[in-house]
Every structure is written in structure tokens, then in C-alpha cells.
Design a protein around this ligand. Structure first.
Ligand code: RB5
Length: 146
């Protein structure tokens, strides 16, 4: 199960990505927002990321205007490694090397075709482990020092 959420800046793009996931038969839970009325992206990030760190969902897809604000908020949640991406290579390598569990996209930055391709590679790429695991462990150590 994938947890999804957006603010008003990411609302339209998230609807397009949802339609893509529907076509592909990928199960997701939509935690809002549900219109283009203004909301605060940290509230959405917190709610969506809880689904991941509490084990109800495997990964999160987050959307705001740039993908940046919602990624900043998501990365404050212990256990979340969120990547704001606007290219396919980064969406792939943030899984391979960073074991990212949240992909953040900007509705004012990327079009729906690229966004869907990024979602696809993000959801279907496994973490490489190996030398990258030690680096993830160091990220976790920083988190645990706070
Ligand atoms: C909302 O206008 C906008 O600031 C937000 O969607 C996001 O882009 C912030 O990073």
C-alpha cells in the first residue's frame, strides 16, 4: 500500500498520478488534500509519513508546488527518507543508493508524463544495500542523536 498526500500546489498532479496508479492496479491511500483550497503542506506530510513509519504503508508519494517544502517536512519525521526529485535518474537512484521511502514531486515543476515515470521507477526499484547500507546507518545515527 502506498500513502499519498498533497497540498493545493500539488493537488492536480497527484490526481494525474492517482489515475496512472489506478491503470497499473497499484493500491494507495489518499490522505488529502481533496481540493485546490489552500492547506499547509507540513500537516499533510506528517499525516502521510505516519502511515509509513507506523507500518501501514510501504512508501509515500507527496506533492506540493515544488516538492521541496513537503520533503523538508517529511524529513523531520523519524524514519522517513524523503527525496524531492524532478528527473527520472534521481527518482531511481534515491531508491538504489538512499533507500528513500518518500518521493516528493512538484506540481509546478514537472508534468504528468514525467511524474508518472518517476513514480513507476521509484516504486519498482529495490535498494542496492551493500556499501550504501553503512551510509543509511549513519543517517539513522544522526536522527537518533537529535
Ligand atoms: C504553496 O503555495 C507552496 O508554497 C507549496 O506548495 C510548496 O511549493 C512549498 O514548498
Amino acid at each position: 500500500m502506498i500513502a499519498m498526500g498533497c497540498d493545493h500546489g500539488g493537488f492536480a498532479l497527484m490526481q494525474q498520478v492517482k489515475a496512472y496508479l489506478d491503470e497499473k492496479g497499484v493500491a494507495y491511500t489518499d490522505l488529502g488534500c481533496y481540493s485546490e483550497a489552500s492547506v499547509d503542506y507540513p500537516d499533510i506530510a506528517k499525516k502521510v509519513c505516519a502511515e509509513v513509519v507506523e507500518g501501514r504503508c510501504e512508501k509515500a508519494l507527496l506533492f506540493c508546488g515544488t516538492g521541496i517544502g513537503i520533503s523538508m517536512a517529511a524529513n523531520k519525521v523519524k524514519g522517513i527518507r524523503a527525496a524531492a526529485c524532478s528527473d527520472w535518474f534521481s527518482a531511481k537512484f534515491t531508491r538504489l543508493h538512499n533507500d528513500a521511502n518518500a518521493l516528493c514531486l512538484g506540481g509546478r515543476v514537472v508534468g504528468p508524463g514525467l511524474a508518472c515515470e518517476m513514480v513507476d521507477v521509484f516504486l519498482n526499484t529495490e535498494f542496492e544495500g551493500g556499501r550504501h547500507q553503512a551510509r543509511i546507518d549513519k543517517i539513522i545515527a544522526i536522527e537518533n542523536e537529535q
